[in-house]
Design a protein around this ligand. Structure first.
Ligand code: NAD
Length: 328
């Protein structure tokens, strides 16, 4: 019997690797060796392992790809479709940690935790500059009311906040279910005290949060991005901050990761940065590796798959220039 050659090309737990290896019909290896990739039939990656056409060209036997991430903007899905490569992502395991990271960044900005840590280590304890902002009674704006955005909304309610949201691909019943008032993007920035971004990176969302939105920001507002770096136009943000514009920014994701040395955005004290750790918990690493492993087996055996790609979602069809059913 010819065993299916499965290659794990990125971080993956030993437990999920062992589970795949326990299937006698699979030949499983952890490798990025070009010779192995050339004969690989099924591949497991994460977002650092990009799959544009040129990389797919190096894997002529490839028929199955699973990314152990929610985002899949690192994979050329059209190219995969033209080669009849079946693709899946792992959308379930990363939602909870991404939500928690979003609130960690909002709270870090609201209570100036970066500066507070420094001050607490001095003898002066100068607390005047550490005057913070409360969340209770304020308005939180969610951009992208999907798996992560809707959970962020739930926690905003728990903080005693009103919730407004922008998502053209969800209907009014869905907004009502999540206790969110529908707003246009500009209006949301005008109204919200805190804003968090949870859209996928698509042709539509690339650079969508830019100087136009920054101009609407309220004094003392907080903007957090834990989605994908390209969604926020970083050059515009630098100009906004240089001009003394409003807002404190919590950023987990960047157009270029890691950022280049001396990157200008890092010079501003009102910017809190983390190195794309939204889903970087032990729990999520364990869960997402198993979800990805199960999805790969699902693809191989025509069994259940938690995240087949492309997604059956209006936002994906709209960004791909296809017809959509909801439009507001
Ligand atoms: P999801 O597909 O459940 O939700 C995305 C939402 O965005 C959908 O409701 C969709 O309708 C909406 N949307 C799409 N295009 C839009 C647009 N142009 N304007 C407004 N709304 C739009 O996805 P999710 O599971 O909530 O994840 C969101 C993103 O978070 C992922 O695509 C991923 O890139 C990112 N993510 C990052 C980390 C991290 O480590 N920082 C972890 C997990 C997920």
């Amino acid at each position: 019997m010819n065993r299916v050659k499965i290659t794990i090309a990125d971080r993956f737990t030993a437990e999920a690797t062992a589970w795949l290896k326990s299937h006698s019909e699979f030949d499983v290896e952890t490798s990025t060796d070009p010779a192995r990739l050339k004969e690989t039939e099924a591949l497991i990656v994460r977002s650092q392992f990009r799959l544009p056409k040129e990389v797919l060209d190096l894997m002529p036997q490839l028929k199955f790809v699973v990314t152990a991430t929610v985002g899949f903007d690192h994979i050329d899905l059209d190219e995969c479709a033209s080669r009849e490569i079946k693709v899946a992502h792992a959308p379930l395991a990363h939602a909870a940690p991404a939500v928690e990271m979003t609130w960690a960044l909002i709270l870090a900005c609201a209570r100036k935790l970066k500066a507070a840590d420094k001050t607490a280590r001095t003898q002066e304890w100068d607390r005047e500059p550490l005057l913070g902002t409360e969340l209770c009674g304020k308005t939180h704006g969610v951009i992208g009311l999907g798996r992560i955005g809707s959970r962020v909304a739930k926690i905003a309610h728990a903080f005693g906040m009103d919730v407004v949201a922008h998502d053209p691909y969800r209907d009014n019943d869905y907004f009502a279910k999540h206790g969110a008032t529908r707003l246009g993007l500009d209006e949301l920035f005008h109204v919200a005290d805190t804003v968090s971004i949870h859209v996928p990176l698509t042709k539509e969302t690339k650079g969508r949060i830019n100087r136009v939105e920054f101009a609407f920001l309220k004094p003392h507002s907080i903007i957090v991005n834990t989605s994908r770096g390209g969604v926020v136009k970083e050059d515009d943000l630098v100009l906004h901050l240089k001009a003394g514009g409003h807002g404190t920014f919590g950023l987990d994701v960047f157009t270029q990761e890691p950022m280049r040395k001396g990157y200008e955005l890092l010079n501003f004290p009102q910017v809190v940065v983390t190195p794309h750790i939204g889903a970087n918990t032990r729990d999520a690493f364990t869960a997402v590796s198993m979800e990805a492993a199960r999805n790969l087996v699902g693809l191989l055996t025509k069994g259940p798959v938690s995240g087949p790609l492309p997604p059956d979602e209006d936002w994906y069809r709209a960004a791909s220039g296809l017809a959509v059913s909801v439009g507001v």
